[in-house]
Design a protein around this ligand. Structure first.
Ligand SMILES: Nc1nc(=O)c2c([nH]1)NC[C@@H]1CN(c3ccc(C(=O)N[C@@H](CCC(=O)O)C(=O)O)cc3)CN21
Ligand SMILES: CC(C)C(=O)C(=O)O
Ligand SMILES: [Mg+2]
Length: 340
């Protein structure tokens, strides 16, 4: 355990941002725990106060690390939406994973994952619901705050859950503001094209970066099911139109879920903001997976677009059985685990 999870860390509010930054982590670079938009996060604290002003300015203007790559680069400060835009210009591909708790998020942060999505898929993976539909703002806020506390570098994006933005732009702004102020996320994501444009515009105008989500939008499972989207010519045109409109409204990225690879590639070529695919083929700028699917922890059926990079479900089950066998057989605890 590298993080302290004492009571002092539980309460996060805009009024006491410092409580999110404490803990035994070595401080590398400058931490920015409240959003990613702050240009002031770029300047590292100086301990050499004898340095002349001219030199200070020169140092501040010095080009950043030669390797700016979102994944594999040398940067240690919090990733911003500007870094995401620059990656598209460089033609760089990048990975995104979901995260729902501080400890797992710290593992992905140390692995260099540049963007983490606190997905409403937490409904399925962590809260035991059948769909994402029941997930609440309270649940999103709690888990998003944990992911922000567990990361130093990743841009943390909070999903706006079903019912938290459908009423209109004002409701969307109220709830997105809550995720920014109480959880400290750097951006929010909302599902839908045309129907979510007024929300996107108002949020961006208010200073909250927005990630759009098109194609299969799981919050609409009760009307659309979990089917590949954009197969007909009409649906394909609508998706392309929606993506361009989201970009026009100010979105900094677009998730494309379960759409034909050819269409996702065309959307990617047509936009100057990055596309993030999930079940959308290899032609998108980025790829996202639900982390429990990626690591083989999810039980039961997983979507066909998932690739399993580990078998955590087996590893964890084996560990639990080994512990249980030791307890029942008297092999644990031993002398080294015992106090006298
Ligand atoms: N664990 C998990 N992984 C996810 O990817 C995920 C969630 N939960 N919860 C929220 C949504 C729901 N998602 C889903 C759910 C089901 C399918 C699915 O059954 N897809 C079919 C394709 C059907 C077709 O061919 O049209 C598949 O076989 O993969 C896809 C995405 C993606 N998201
Ligand atoms: C699958 C991603 C894009 C998502 O919206 C989620 O995890 O909730
Ligand atoms: Mg989601």
């Amino acid at each position: 355990m590298r993080r302290r999870h004492g009571p002092a860390q539980r309460a996060v509010s805009a009024r006491e941002p410092s409580v999110t930054a404490e803990g035994p982590f070595p401080v590398v670079g400058t931490k920015c725990h409240h959003g990613s938009k702050s240009g002031d996060a770029v300047r590292a604290p100086r301990d050499d106060h004898k340095e002349p002003l001219a030199m200070t300015l020169q140092a501040a203007r010095k080009p950043a690390d030669s390797s700016k790559a979102l994944y594999g680069g040398k940067g240690t400060r919090r990733i911003t939406v500007h870094d995401i835009a620059a990656a598209k210009e460089r033609g760089e591909k990048w990975p995104m994973l979901t995260a729902y708790d501080a400890m797992t998020a710290s593992v992905f942060d140390e692995a260099g994952i540049p963007v983490m999505l606190v997905g409403d898929s937490m409904g399925n993976t962590h809260l035991g619901y059948d769909t994402t539909v029941p997930v609440t703002m309270d649940e999103m806020t709690l888990l998003s705050a944990a992911v922000v506390r567990g990361t130093q570098r990743a841009l943390v994006v909070g999903d706006l859950p079903f019912g938290s933005y459908q009423e209109g732009p004002v409701q969307a702004l109220r709830n997105a503001t809550r995720l920014v102020k109480e959880a400290g996320v750097g951006a929010v994501k909302l599902e839908g094209g045309e129907r979510s444009l007024p929300q996107t515009e108002l949020l961006v105008e208010a200073g909250i970066p927005v990630m759009s989500h098109l194609g299969l939008t799981p919050q609409s499972v009760n009307t659309m099911g979990y089917r590949v989207q954009g197969r007909s010519d009409e649906a394909a045109h609508r998706l392309l139109r929606d993506a361009k409109a989201a970009q026009e409204a100010g979105a900094f990225a677009v998730v494309l879920e379960l759409v034909p690879a050819e269409l996702a590639a065309e959307v990617t070529r047509s936009l100057h903001i990055p596309t993030i695919g999930i079940g959308a083929g290899p032609g998108t700028d980025a790829q996202v997976l639900v982390w429990t699917d990626m690591a083989g922890l999810t039980g039961g059926r997983v979507p066909r677009f998932t690739k399993q990079y580990a078998d955590l479900r087996r590893a964890l089950g084996d560990a639990a059985k080994a512990f249980a066998d030791d307890v029942v057989g008297g092999a644990f605890p031993q002398e080294e685990h015992t106090f006298h």
